[in-house]
Design a protein around this ligand. Structure first.
Ligand code: ATP
Ligand code: MG
Length: 449
């Protein structure tokens, strides 16, 4: 095997076996080992009941939070290992959580409750597999397939719909035909899934390798929690800049953005306001005047609904709002926008504009893409050289303005803003003496800016 099983996991498996219980590695770590990538955590399943597991690790640090569901977390050398008793699940009357869990003595019964065949494989320390559902073959083939009857499995727990899409995107796997059909047919079950849980899966999906393909194949699923996407999915845009409809353009823009959640969300939502802004002129050309502001408003609502954190939401909304602004390729315009947005958001906006351009008719936008690249280089120089673009690096501050005779209050800020504008515009240098001089004109007692 390519990857070592950590000493902590080995110790746990041996301790349980020595006490006469069965114990296996299971779930994500086995899947990852078979895929040839390093697992990020090591889950263990065992025939021991939770209290028996606890007895095996008496004297070790134990976390009992998952006890009711059969999970004991043991800390070995600072690493937490989840040890879960073989269990089956009762009916899911709310499509969220099983009504009860039942401990069982058979590994097969435990594997049968798991979502996908690739996640339903157990492995012992010698690398022997217990794989009753053919998960290893599905991993080999890159296939996501439900354990058991797909429709029933999705109806039990709607989150599995999103997990399937997320795994397909992140692992670059195909969803097996019957499983895919059941996802489409049972997508309404998402109504019963908490927004926070959908958020987690969607966020992973969007930064996955195959996010674009999933958006292309499952827009109906996304519309279950974000119905606002519906009109964009069917939007036609007869406009020389656009070689695709609204959805295909969105997908290309998502694919062109780096795998960063803020940027991918921005691209997914940047044109969400277009359908509401569509007009068609006498030459049958479609226009979408004012769509960035409408998109920003809708994006804000959608991100709130799905419980994105404020930081992510605010950043995405800002980028959506400005995605279409024209920034002239000149140092002073770049300084102005660096000041207005802050460097981090400004560089993200350049990425957004590039990704947006990549989703348009290439011949028409290629010059714009070159300009964006030039602007990125210029902006990086401006930042590195410490050029002034915000009040933070203006050579004077509010105290200086007050010392020059301006009464404390809002006028102080206005004076500074006016000076900043002249500095970023290249009209005057950012030099303390020069700026102080402007505050104290020779010919008058009042402040001259
Ligand atoms: P990763 O941690 O890499 O995202 P994972 O497969 O380990 O993937 P977890 O959420 O950590 O996913 O779950 C561990 C295991 O529990 C899964 O491999 C699967 O066997 C089972 N599992 C998790 N969620 C569900 C679910 N909603 N329905 C059925 N089985 C599930
Ligand atoms: Mg896991």
């Amino acid at each position: 095997m390519k990857f070592e099983i950590p000493a902590g996991a080995q110790k746990i498996l041996r301790t349980l076996a020595d006490a006469g219980y069965e114990a296996y590695l299971v779930g994500g770590c086995v899947r990852d080992l078979l895929r040839g990538v390093a697992p990020h955590d090591w889950d263990i399943c065992t025939s021991a009941r939770p209290e028996e597991t606890e007895a095996c690790f008496a004297g070790q640090r134990i976390i009992e939070t998952g006890l009711k569901r059969g999970t004991v977390t043991v800390l070995v050398e600072g690493e937490p290992y989840e040890i879960t008793t073989y269990r089956t699940e009762g009916p899911y009357s709310d499509s969220r959580r099983p009504d009860y869990v039942e401990f069982v003595s058979s590994l097969e019964a435990d594997l049968a409750r798991r979502d996908f065949t690739m996640n339903a494989i157990a492995m012992d320390l010698e690398g022997n597999l217990r794989d009753p559902f053919g998960g290893a073959a599905d991993i080999q083939a890159g296939l996501i397939r439900c354990v058991g009857e797909p429709a029933q499995r999705f109806q039990e727990d709607g989150l599995r719909v999103m997990r399937a899409l997320r795994f397909a995107s992140v692992l670059d796997y195909k969803i097996e035909h019957g499983t895919a059909g059941a996802i489409h047919e049972n997508r309404r079950i998402l109504e019963h899934v908490a927004a926070e849980r959908i958020n987690v899966e969607l966020s992973k999906l969007l930064v996955g390798e195959q996010a674009g393909d999933i958006l292309r194949q499952y827009p109906d699923v996304l519309c279950e929690f974000w119905p606002e996407l519906g009109p964009l999915v069917t939007l036609e845009q007869n406009n020389p800049w656009h070689c695709w409809g609204g959805w295909e353009h969105t997908i290309h823009a998502v694919e062109a953005a780096p795998p960063d959640l803020v940027l991918r969300l921005t691209m997914l939502l940047h044109d969400i306001g277009k359908p509401a802004c569509k007009s068609t002129d006498e030459k049958s050309i479609d226009h979408f005047y004012g769509h960035p502001a409408v998109s920003a408003k809708l994006a804000d609502r959608m991100l709130r609904e799905l419980k994105f954190d404020n930081r992510t939401r605010e950043r995405v909304v800002t980028l959506v709002e400005y995605h279409d602004v024209q920034i002239p390729n000149r140092d002073r315009s770049i300084r102005k926008w660096l000041g207005r947005l802050g460097p981090e958001t400004f560089f993200q906006l350049l990425e957004v504009k590039r990704a947006d351009g990549m989703g348009q008719s290439y011949e028409l936008v290629k010059d714009r893409l070159t300009q964006l690249e030039e602007m990125r280089t210029k902006a990086a120089e401006i930042v590195v050289q410490g050029q002034c673009f915000s009040l933070k690096n203006l050579a004077i501050n509010g105290r200086d303005v007050i010392a020059a005779g301006v009464a404390p209050g809002p006028e102080v800020g206005r004076v500074l803003e006016r000076l900043l504008e002249r500095v970023t515009g290249g009209e005057i240098p950012n030099e303390r003496e020069r700026l102080l001089g402007l505050l104290r004109p020779d010919d008058s007692s009042s402040v001259g800016v």
